[in-house]
Design a protein around this ligand. Structure first.
Ligand code: 13P
Ligand code: SF4
Length: 304
């Protein structure tokens, strides 16, 4: 089958299986093209919970499919590439977190959704890059433990009076963006606005005009009067930014901003998943219930 035939067969099978195709904003262009919904990590899991479809095909990485399985336990959640993990999520284990908690008894744990279900189950509340500051400031506590992203953690620490204890995890993809890359891009495009994801190093965030989640970048561009944007996040975001804003220019400061895990999923993998209804992602009930509590607490924090 050629690419067009595979896409057509995916769409036909998705209908036959009553399946919803979700793609994270960092997925390959052709995967975003065939998806029913593209979005950020948490937004997609909420779509999974909201849909009346029986099957969720989650084109993303493992923790995202787990979040969908936590929020929609009655549905079949498929991750076309079970080897698509997140190195940052893997940097913290439940045992490691228990040790950190023991060093700070009674201090609430705020865990970024980029984490395993087992780590969420050890946490008090979750956060995303879009709501992290609000979640932390909503807590009635003088101290917080922030897990696992040290960069998001330090960004939050700059916007709260609470004493913050960090887990020293990081996203290897965002950490590849260097100050010299941004300096060069700003020199080449002096009028451009620099948008950065909070997973970037603090030195990069200090150079940013706007710091936001992937979905926040779409929203920002939509309402901005600016014409040129330097984009400080994974390259996959360019597909929709360019398609939705053909009159604007988007500059990736380095070609190193590619997450290998996010690029694993191919059209063939999606087709195979729909044909076999596998690999399915499930979360044991005891872990699921505790992780769900942490996610639900986050969802209860009022938005703007
Ligand atoms: P968001 O899409 O939630 O901003 O997350 C970025 C990311 O790195 C996902 O792995
Ligand atoms: Fe994990 Fe970073 Fe890849 Fe997101 S971009 S999946 S945080 S390694």
């Amino acid at each position: 089958m050629n690419q067009q035939e595979i896409k057509a067969e995916i769409r036909r099978l998705a209908q036959e299986r009553n399946a919803l195709l979700l793609a994270h904003n960092y997925q390959r262009d052709e995967i975003q093209e065939i998806a029913d919904i593209t979005g950020d990590s948490l937004g997609l899991s909420m779509e999974a919970a909201r849909t009346d479809k029986d099957v969720i095909v989650f084109c993303g990485v493992h923790f995202m499919a787990e979040s969908a399985a936590i929020l929609a336990p009655e549905k079949i959640v498929l991750l076309p590439r079970p080897d698509a993990g997140c190195p940052m999520a893997d940097m913290v284990t439940p045992e490691g977190l228990r040790q950190l908690k023991a060093r700070h008894p009674g201090v609430p744990v705020v865990t970024y959704v980029n984490s395993s279900a087992a780590v969420k189950a050890e946490s008090d509340i979750c956060c995303t890059s879009a709501n992290a500051i609000k979640v932390v400031n909503s807590l009635d506590a003088a101290e917080v433990i922030l897990v696992p992203d040290r960069n998001l953690g330090r960004y939050i620490a700059g916007h709260t009076d609470k004493v913050c204890h960090f887990w020293e995890g990081y996203c290897p993809t965002h950490e590849r963006l260097q100050v010299a890359d941004v300096e060069r891009a700003k020199k080449d495009y002096p009028e451009a606005v620099f948008m950065a994801h909070p997973e970037c190093h603090p030195d990069i965030l200090a150079m940013a005009d706007h710091i936001c989640s992937t979905s926040g970048m779409y929203d920002y561009v939509r309402t901005s009067a600016d014409r040129q944007f330097i984009v400080g996040t994974e390259a996959g975001i360019l597909y929709r930014l360019r398609r939705e804003n053909p009159d604007r220019e988007f500059i990736l400061p380095t070609s190193r901003l590619i997450c290998p895990n996010m690029k694993l999923t191919s059209l063939e993998d999606v087709l195979h998943s729909l044909q076999t209804l596998s690999p399915e992602i499930t979360v044991p009930a005891d872990v699921r219930e505790k992780a769900r509590t942490a996610l639900d607490r986050m969802l209860a924090v009022p938005r703007d």
